[in-house]
Design a protein around this ligand. Structure first.
Ligand SMILES: CC(C)(COP(=O)(O)OP(=O)(O)OC[C@H]1O[C@@H](n2cnc3c(N)ncnc32)[C@H](O)[C@@H]1OP(=O)(O)O)[C@@H](O)C(=O)NCCC(=O)NCCS
Length: 172
């Protein structure tokens, strides 16, 4: 049976194995980078691991942030925001074995639901590996330019093709 469970720091080895299957090496983050984010968000229930039986099939890691406080790629430390307005979907990956289950959509839905429950106003992410069209289908749009210098620096750490995308949770 397919289950979505809240990720714990003990799940980091499974996350790293999935990351290796899903991301090109230049996007790989260290165990320390994942541990820091999971420790800082413990109890917030905003990151999930999809498992079937004992087999991990996908994960999503998200963090409540202030606008300029997105972690850069492989940032070894991260501190929770004092007054977050955004749930930042830092990382989504589904293994080739999991792709028949619409798992990506299911994991994103969990994050959107959690952001609403937390009273946040939007979900944001950095689209890499040519995934912009995927995110557009899920209701995300490119962030309006220009970005602040701090935000642009964070985005640049993901390479020249990275796109900052947002989905508002506030009714227009
Ligand atoms: C992107 C990813 C999470 C999607 O997972 P999934 O469980 O297969 O996706 P879903 O079930 O939600 O959606 C599947 C649909 O998205 C499409 N899709 C998958 N990856 C896509 C991409 N990079 N760009 C555009 N469309 C994509 C599929 O073709 C499929 O289309 P269909 O519904 O018309 O058949 C998975 O392919 C993955 O882990 N990729 C590598 C990591 C990655 O690029 N993550 C996002 C970077 S920010």
């Amino acid at each position: 049976m397919l289950q979505l469970k809240v990720i714990d720091t003990a799940d980091v080895p499974a996350v790293l194995a999935l990351q290796a299957q899903c991301y090109a090496p230049q996007f790989h983050e260290s165990a320390d980078a994942f541990q820091a984010k999971l420790r800082a968000t413990r109890g917030l229930h905003c990151s999930f691991l999809a498992v079937q039986g004992e087999q991990p099939l996908g994960y999503v890691v998200s963090l409540p942030v202030d606008d300029d406080q997105l972690p850069g790629l492989d940032a070894p430390e991260w501190a929770p925001a004092r007054a977050p307005r955004t749930l930042y979907l830092h990382d989504l990956a589904v293994s080739p074995a999991g792709r028949a289950h619409k798992l990506g959509h299911k994991l994103v839905e969990q994050v959107l639901r959690r952001a609403r429950d937390m009273g946040l106003q939007e979900v944001a992410l950095v689209a890499v590996q040519d995934s912009g069209a995927y995110w557009q289908r899920l209701g995300f749009q490119d962030a309006a330019a220009p970005l602040s210098t701090a935000l642009q620096d964070k985005l640049d750490s993901f390479g020249p093709d990275a796109r900052l995308m947002r989905r508002s949770l506030v009714a227009a």
